[in-house]
Design a protein around this ligand. Structure first.
Ligand code: NAD
Length: 248
């Protein structure tokens, strides 16, 4: 029960890593608000999760919607202890074909939205005198570019700096900010890879631990960073990648 009585918001919690984070957080005693743009995925997550869970349809890229999102959570539980900025999208385009539209969508969902949500959550924590924490889900591609997903990689590199700058300026308020950066994880985002056994086998050969990761393996890192066990950890990035970065 490492997150007993903590109140958490997890964005993009309907599927994949966000859903695994919601499962791990509730198992550790947290009350959890999960947001997503996919109403059906949210409902299915809510049906599967045990514990104190609220589902809220919300698009993280719509920064005008954040005030109402926070009001809803604070009205239910009175405060926010943890934000997990997990929602993200990937759009594959060779760099010579990267379009302004895809750039705006990727930046809106992966960087601009999460930054302003974190800012608003931090203001709420400060106003209520609450020493909470923020966990951003970045990627190994905050360090190394993903072939034909250059703009995605640029957003994740930006997320790495969001973590550091927020950690620096929020430390005086006792608010910790860290990243979890996954490698290749078996989620709906990777469905094309998972459904192509040859490509999957090739990918797994490039991973030192020899296999793709599981969403719950990323979730465990988020639990650690959100828990009091990480009370002296801020501005850090925890890579959960089976050693992938050692080879790239
Ligand atoms: P996923 O596509 O399987 O699930 C993402 C969830 O976020 C979905 O339920 C989706 O509906 C939701 N979502 C998408 N846009 C949203 C928005 N604007 N507002 C709210 N919710 C939104 O993806 P995943 O693999 O679970 O990825 C989660 C995070 O982890 C992302 O930030 C992703 O970039 C990152 N990541 C994933 C991998 C991987 O291999 N799967 C690797 C590194 C980083």
């Amino acid at each position: 029960m490492r997150l007993k009585d903590k109140i958490a918001i997890i964005t993009g919690g309907g599927k994949g890593i966000g859903r695994a984070v919601a499962e791990a957080f509730t198992a550790e005693g947290a009350s959890v608000a999960i947001t997503d743009v996919d109403a059906a995925a949210l409902q299915s997550a809510a049906d599967a999760l045990c514990g104190d869970v609220v589902i809220l349809e919300n698009d993280v890229s719509d920064i005008d919607s954040h005030a109402q999102l926070l009001d809803t959570v604070v009205n239910i539980w009175g405060r926010i202890d943890v934000l997990v900025n997990n929602a993200g999208i990937e759009i594959s385009q060779p760099i010579l074909e990267a379009s302004p539209d895809a750039w705006d969508k990727l930046f809106g969902t992966n960087l601009r939205g999460p930054f302003f949500l974190a800012q608003r959550v931090a203001k709420q924590m400060i106003a209520s005198g609450n020493k909470g924490c923020i966990v951003n889900i970045a990627s190994v591609h905050d360090q190394t570019p993903l072939w034909e997903s250059g703009v995605y990689s640029i957003t994740k590199a930006g997320m790495g700096m969001v973590t550091k700058t927020l950690a620096l300026e929020l430390a005086p308020f006792g608010i910790r900010v860290n990243s979890v950066s996954p490698g290749a994880i078996a989620t709906p985002m990777n469905q094309p890879l998972l459904s192509d056994p040859e490509k999957l086998a090739q990918t797994e050969k490039t991973i030192p631990l020899g296999r793709i990761g599981l969403p719950r393996e990323v979730a465990r890192a988020a639990v650690f960073l959100a828990s009091d066990e990480a009370s002296y950890v801020t501005g850090a990035t925890l890579y959960v990648d089976g050693g992938l970065l050692l080879r790239t």
